[in-house]
Design a protein around this ligand. Structure first.
Ligand code: ADE
Ligand code: ZN
Length: 339
């Protein structure tokens, strides 16, 4: 199919996003606007200078800038504006459902209350459902570079908000911070009724993916690229139909892959893995959902049917009831019948 035809197909394709960090959707323009109203001086002269700093050789290069960027967020309204901007963008790209990570420790370490972040994000999600018709779930991520006690205290704070938080996850600097470090925290989270996910195999070895499955009991693996190095792990993931939330432009910008043509998504599909496509930190990595779908469609020459299956996987892997999944999948099917 001609590229512009695939572009059009992807643009209108109903999609679910299962891996997006709300703090990673903070566009430079909004960062400057919030910094100004909060009386915070940014170490960049302009939006352009800030964007020019988005050149990363590895995950940690990005994280250093990401944590600094979220430092402008102080008030409930800041978190609302951040989340609302993401939801409008997602809706404009035919994202029908989003499962959104937030990093409360990135805020509480700066003296911003857990509730300030949660209340602002939550109010925007409610407005997103009412005014945009976009459904959303919230996933609390623990920062793995901090210790397990800090994560446990954060879990304590989340217990009062089981009605708002569907799952807990694990993100930040992967190497040197294996999932097993958080086994007790995840055991408790599951006992309290939270679902669990974890970033694993982005930079870390296959052993970290095994640990996420066996020690943390995760329902999905975020990234999972390096699972391909271990045949037994691939067989396990395929047999269990464990969803991988793959993030192509993130992988390119963080040098997890050298070239989009070398992205492992096609190999993952070939080897029977249950993959989804997601944006991770779209403001930092050069694209939201449509740009991620287009990037892999183009570089890996994916067919319309393959792209439709990836979109279907997104709804299937969502933390929704069977009835909710069926309602969203029906919209996908209606689109495919008309496209
Ligand atoms: N936090 C935000 N984005 C992340 C990523 N891609 N990997 C680990 N931690 C993150
Ligand atoms: Zn991520």
């Amino acid at each position: 199919m001609y590229m512009n035809a695939i572009d059009d197909f992807v643009t209108k394709l109903p999609k679910a996003e299962l891996h997006v960090h709300i703090e990673g959707t903070l566009e430079p323009e909004l960062m400057f606007a919030i910094a100004e109203r909060n009386g915070i001086a940014l170490p960049y002269a302009s939006v352009e200078a800030l964007r020019a700093a988005y050149s990363f050789r590895r995950l940690q290069d990005f994280l250093d800038i990401y944590y600094r960027g979220m430092g402008v967020l102080l008030h409930e309204q800041d978190f609302y504006d951040l989340t609302w901007a993401y939801l409008e963008k997602a809706r404009s790209q035919n994202v029908l459902h989003a499962e959104i990570f937030f990093d409360p420790q990135g805020h509480t370490v700066r003296g911003v209350a857990f509730e300030t972040a949660l209340d602002g994000i939550w109010r925007a999600l409610r407005d997103g459902a009412d005014r945009l018709g976009i459904s959303a779930k919230l996933i609390l991520c623990f920062l793995r570079h901090l210790d397990a006690d800090d994560a446990m205290r954060t879990l304590d704070q989340a217990l009062a908000y089981k009605d708002r938080i569907v799952a807990v996850g694990l993100d930040s600097s992967e190497l040197g911070h294996p999932p097993e470090k958080f086994k007790a925290v995840f055991d408790r989270a599951r006992a309290e009724g939270f679902l669990t996910v974890a970033h694993a195999g982005e930079e870390g070895p296959p052993a970290y993916v095994w640990q996420a499955l066996d020690e943390l009991g995760v329902a999905r693996i975020d990234h999972g690229n390096r699972a391909l190095e271990d045949d037994a792990l691939v067989r396990r993931l395929a047999a269990d139909k464990t969803p991988l939330t793959v993030c192509p432009l993130s992988n390119l910008r963080l040098c997890v892959v050298d070239d989009m043509a070398a992205h492992p998504l096609a190999e993952m599909i070939e080897r029977g893995l249950f993959v989804t496509v997601n944006s991770d930190d779209p403001s930092y990595f050069g694209g939201y959902m449509n740009e991620n779908y287009r990037a892999v469609a183009d570089a890996l020459d994916l067919s319309r049917d393959t792209l439709a299956e990836v979109a279907r996987n997104g709804f299937e892997a969502a933390f929704l009831t069977d009835a909710e999944k069926a309602a969203l999948t029906a919209k996908l099917d209606a689109y495919l019948a008309s496209a």
